[in-house]
Design a protein around this ligand. Structure first.
Ligand code: FES
Length: 439
């Protein structure tokens, strides 16, 4: 068997990572695909990062995971590699590592969770987590009910099913050509996910030969621009541009923030998913997933970029005869919002740029003047935000300092500053919040 081409398969299953709960099943499927194609699968572990349990911040661990992935690919004999992951930092870390290790790579996302339900309402992690937690803080939902909701927000294995970082990066991986068509959107528990993993194993086996395309050939200025266009059109996570910069950097390419801002003014949000819209990832899949989105965006994308299973992105554009009526992926002429999801801001507070996901912001707060209520650190925020004596009103601007790349360390998602309890109790749902953290 050792004379056959070897396909390494990265195992990121972990009891601490429920998002990767189906990884063992996907590994078996990839192995099957590799063996059916005559190659030898070799599974090996790397670290696994789950957003909820990563201390001090998952962003610090992303870089450690990228190094771990890169060095283990390089350290062991293999001719191609399949990386299986999905929880926010995982796919960026794995793609970063694979680019540097410079071996043919297929990305297999674990897939997103299916939706949950509570009192007739459809729920998804984590947009609804934050909303319902705010209602609990405001006293509208009691402790017993929030416990029940907790159990229903994440009803299956898989990644958060809103257009958060995990969904954004899985879509970016597919658009850049690292994974197979529909790999980003098939829900984690579906049988289709297993078949896609098996097909990915077959593709990896075909790549385990001399001269096969390397990840560096997939990450090009054109595929990076495509990723930026898609990020704007899906209402992607603000983390996406941070990860894209790191991925592009591994391939020696810059990400131009001014270009990202320009694209955002030209390409509107087309995908009606939370937090910018209404639906969830399984609905995006039912609507046609990335191939359908490519059809809507074909006029603004470079469709000549290569994809991992051969051919170009253009080969993956959904054909008109395969399209059905749906309302989750809109045409350019009938967008969810008039502009893209994100804008790049600059000014005296952020001379090197800052990112806002204005598609998910309250329109009434887009232009605002108010007093700054300043917290010096995440600890200071935790200590004082709910203090009944805090001098704060709904018109103030909440500012969190020293939570950036150096401060926390690693730029935690602490920028989603909670509404002070006393204001939440008065029905305040949104305020201008500003920080050097993420979100
Ligand atoms: Fe893993 Fe959200 S916690 S994707």
């Amino acid at each position: 068997a050792l004379e056959r081409p070897i396909v390494g398969i990265v195992d990121t299953a972990s009891d601490y990572n429920p998002c990767h709960g189906n990884a063992p099943q996907l590994i078996e499927a990839v192995k099957r695909g590799v063996m059916l194609s005559g190659a030898l699968p070799m599974v090996f572990p790397t670290i696994s990062i789950h957003e909820s349990f990563a201390h001090p911040t998952s962003m610090v661990l992303r870089n450690l995971m990228a190094m771990d992935t890169e060095e283990m690919i390089r350290a062991q004999p293999m001719d191609a590699v399949v990386v299986i992951g999905g929880c926010d930092k995982t796919l960026p870390a794995q793609i970063m590592g694979a680019i540097s290790a410079d071996l043919p790579t297929v990305v297999v996302p674990v897939g997103s969770m299916v939706v949950g339900h509570h009192k007739g309402e459809t729920l998804g992690a984590c947009t609804d987590c934050r909303r319902l937690w705010s209602s609990h803080r405001a006293g509208d939902i009691d402790a017993v009910e929030i416990d029940l909701v907790n159990g229903r927000l994440a009803p299956s294995v898989g990644t958060c099913m809103v257009m958060g970082t995990a969904s954004t990066m899985a879509i970016i991986a597919e658009v850049m050509g690292f994974s197979l068509p529909f790999a980003a959107s098939i829900p984690a528990p579906h049988a289709e996910r297993v078949r896609s993993a098996e097909a990915s194993g077959r593709v990896a086996a075909a790549l385990a030969v001399p001269g096969a395309p390397l990840p560096g050939a997939i990450v090009t200025p054109a595929s990076i621009r495509n990723a930026m266009v898609v990020m704007q059109s899906i209402g992607g996570s603000t983390n996406g541009i941070i990860h894209l910069a790191a991925i592009a950097g591994r391939a020696g390419h810059p990400v131009d923030l001014a270009e990202f801002d320009r694209i955002g003014r030209e390409v509107p949000v087309l995908v009606d998913l939370k937090p910018s819209g209404e639906h969830y990832m399984e609905h995006f899949h039912q609507a046609g997933g990335v191939p359908r989105l490519l059809a809507e965006l074909s006029g603004v994308l470079d469709l000549t970029t290569p994809v991992v299973d051969g051919g170009t992105l253009g080969d993956r554009v959904m054909k008109p005869e395969d399209m059905h009526a749906q309302d989750v992926i809109r045409p350019l002429g009938r967008p969810v919002t008039g502009q893209g999801a994100m804008a790049v801001l600059s000014g005296n507070l952020c001379p090197r740029g800052a990112v806002i996901k204005h598609s998910a912001a309250s329109p009434a707060l887009m232009r605002h003047t108010g007093r700054a209520v300043v917290f010096e650190s995440v600890a200071d925020l935790a200590m004082r935000i709910d203090d009944p004596a805090l001098d704060v009103s709904a018109e103030d601007v909440l500012v969190l300092r020293n939570a950036g790349p150096r401060g926390a360390p690693g730029m935690p998602e602490a920028g989603y500053i909670p509404i002070p309890k006393k204001l939440a109790a008065l029905g305040v749902k949104d305020m201008v919040r500003l920080s050097d953290a993420r979100m």
